[in-house]
Design a protein around this ligand. Structure first.
Ligand SMILES: [Zn+2]
Length: 224
């Protein structure tokens, strides 16, 4: 999947200060849907983009949260249960035990093994990435804070994704800090990240080791 830098049109004065590759799961026909997800923080927005590949084709989702409305982030990582696998798994296990009790050994063992496989697959690692927005929604007479704007979605709709990507540890560690830094220091941050040659548009990202020389114009990178 293309990076956010390459696939999302930015405002004229908008630059990406950090991009994470948060979801990466290969598409295996029949067996599993593929997924790719990236999060970018710009000086104006937090952008989440995900692509889901299934047999029928591809689904792309793009979510953005304006930077000034972000109040905080919500990250969670842990195991979740898929009832779609667990309930049939337990069912097969019980049938398998009954099969063994009634001395139908072959059938009993097959059902037992199938049940155990389904139960094992029903526990999945889940990673959720949410960004809380400050806006207030009015429902009739009641005003309440808008629910978390999740950035990366799952097949089922408005929810974050559950897969591990190469940058997920970095997301857990630094997403909040990067958003806060950009909210507080805005354009100052961008100045620090840009090549010192005014003619050159090359930029590093927050958290990235700056190069010794600019890869685009070759000018020595300013020392800190
Ligand atoms: Zn340069």
């Amino acid at each position: 999947m293309a990076t956010i830098k390459d696939s999302v049109e930015l405002f004229e004065d908008e630059v990406i200060v950090r991009e994470y590759h948060a979801i990466d799961k290969e598409y295996v026909p029949v067996l599993s849907s593929g997924a790719e997800g990236r999060i970018a923080i710009t000086n104006r927005r937090v952008i989440g983009r995900s692509e889901l590949s299934v047999a029928g084709g591809k689904r792309v989702e793009l979510n953005t949260v304006p930077l000034e409305t972000v109040q905080g982030t919500c990250l969670s990582s842990g195991y979740s249960i898929s009832w779609l696998f667990l309930i049939p798994g337990i069912g097969l296990l019980i049938y398998g035990i009954f099969g063994l009790i009634s001395r139908q050994w072959g059938l009993g063992v097959i059902l037992l093994i199938a049940g155990i496989i389904l139960i094992v697959f029903s526990f999945r690692r889940e990673v959720k990435i949410g960004v809380r927005a400050a806006s207030i929604v009015h429902h009739g007479h009641i005003s309440r804070a808008e629910p978390e704007g999740y950035l990366l979605l799952s097949q089922s709709g408005f929810r974050a994704y559950r897969i591990h990507g190469p940058d997920i540890e970095a997301v857990m560690r630094s997403l909040d800090a990067v958003i806060l830094t950009v909210q507080q220091r805005g354009l100052e941050v961008i100045k620090d990240l840009k090549c010192s040659n005014p003619e050159c548009s090359y930029m590093t990202m927050i958290g990235e080791e700056p190069p010794k020389h600019c890869p685009e114009c070759g000018r020595a990178w300013r020392s800190k």
